[in-house]
Design a protein around this ligand. Sequence first.
Ligand SMILES: CCCCCCCCCCC/C=C/C(=O)SCCNC(=O)CCNC(=O)[C@H](O)C(C)(C)COP(=O)(O)OP(=O)(O)OC[C@H]1O[C@@H](n2cnc3c(N)ncnc32)[C@H](O)[C@@H]1OP(=O)(O)O
Ligand SMILES: NC(=O)C1=CN([C@@H]2O[C@H](COP(=O)(O)OP(=O)(O)OC[C@H]3O[C@@H](n4cnc5c(N)ncnc54)[C@H](OP(=O)(O)O)[C@@H]3O)[C@@H](O)[C@H]2O)C=CC1
Length: 265
Amino acid sequence: MHEADFGVAGETAIVTGASQGIGRSIAETLAAGGANVGICSREMDRVGPVADEINDSDVDGEALAVECNVREREQVEAFVEEVVEEFGGLDIMVNNAGGEFVAPFEDISPNGFDSILDLNVMGTVHGMQVAGEHMREDGGGKIVNVASVNGQHPAPNESHYSTAKAGIIQLTETVATEWNDDGIRINCVAPGLIQTPGVAETLGIDSEDMPPRDQVDRRIGYGEDIADVVQFLVSPAAAFMTGETVTVKGVPRPGNSMQHDLGLQ
Ligand SMILES: CCCCCCCCCCC/C=C/C(=O)SCCNC(=O)CCNC(=O)[C@H](O)C(C)(C)COP(=O)(O)OP(=O)(O)OC[C@H]1O[C@@H](n2cnc3c(N)ncnc32)[C@H](O)[C@@H]1OP(=O)(O)O
Ligand SMILES: NC(=O)C1=CN([C@@H]2O[C@H](COP(=O)(O)OP(=O)(O)OC[C@H]3O[C@@H](n4cnc5c(N)ncnc54)[C@H](OP(=O)(O)O)[C@@H]3O)[C@@H](O)[C@H]2O)C=CC1
């Protein structure tokens, strides 16, 4: 009888941008599944307590916090190296760090557009290339990139961010075709609207009254909705998946009606 294997116990994972929000949920979920997690953000004061909380809990996985700006290649190299030394290898890389500001296309300066491309696309490129080097030497691994529904469907005032996230989807598909012989599976998750501190700050959406997770017809998701899909993608259960983008957004809505409901257009 076949039993599905969603396990990550004993693996080493890195999650970028894990001081809060989706990245924090992914790190906590993988650690609860028994993986050791290296986590980063731009400020140790913010990411350190997340590692402390994991290490003080009764989950099997351990956490190591490192200050790292994913826009800086040398910092990503040092971060990955530290995690490999601490835990003895690298099996899973989750490129989650990302962000945006909301503005009409005509009001975005070249530097503004570039900052969003740099954070989202180049941050992911650095993570993939640096982790990929270790994974190739060690005979394989799993990479998950965090895109967005904005990389799949148009939405006003998101031109820079949508361009960046569409780029991450293409990057995932393309590199998956190049690295399959190295035993590296690369997939992508495209979240819809998820309740996080970043969304509260950027979009002003802060739902106090979240509907239960077993209700699919929600306007907003939990970080755990994304974390669970990430764990599936890096588990043996997804051994026959690479180059895919899994959208996690609740009930499909025609056009941009979800954004309309949310007052974003
Ligand atoms: C079927 C479809 C249905 C869709 C329905 C679902 C919709 C889902 C939508 C969810 C979208 C969520 C996206 C998220 O990513 S959530 C997480 C968001 N959190 C954050 O983004 C954090 C907050 N943002 C920031 O910290 C910064 O903006 C950022 C990190 C992104 C950039 O930082 P950086 O340090 O690079 O930026 P600078 O301050 O140095 O500025 C650089 C240039 O950018 C210009 N800029 C900055 N802000 C703005 C703005 N608001 N408007 C215009 N321009 C801006 C800034 O002026 C600089 O340019 P110049 O040097 O030329 O002045
Ligand atoms: N929430 C949503 O509705 C959606 C989010 N997404 C994507 O999911 C990912 C996470 O979003 P969310 O949790 O909402 O975001 P938050 O803004 O809540 O959290 C972002 C995290 O990334 C870290 N971070 C930001 N910039 C950098 C950087 N340059 N280097 C390292 N770490 C960084 C932040 O840490 P610190 O500030 O401490 O450095 C923080 O831990 C992003 O890629 C986002 O685009 C996609 C679709 C929808």
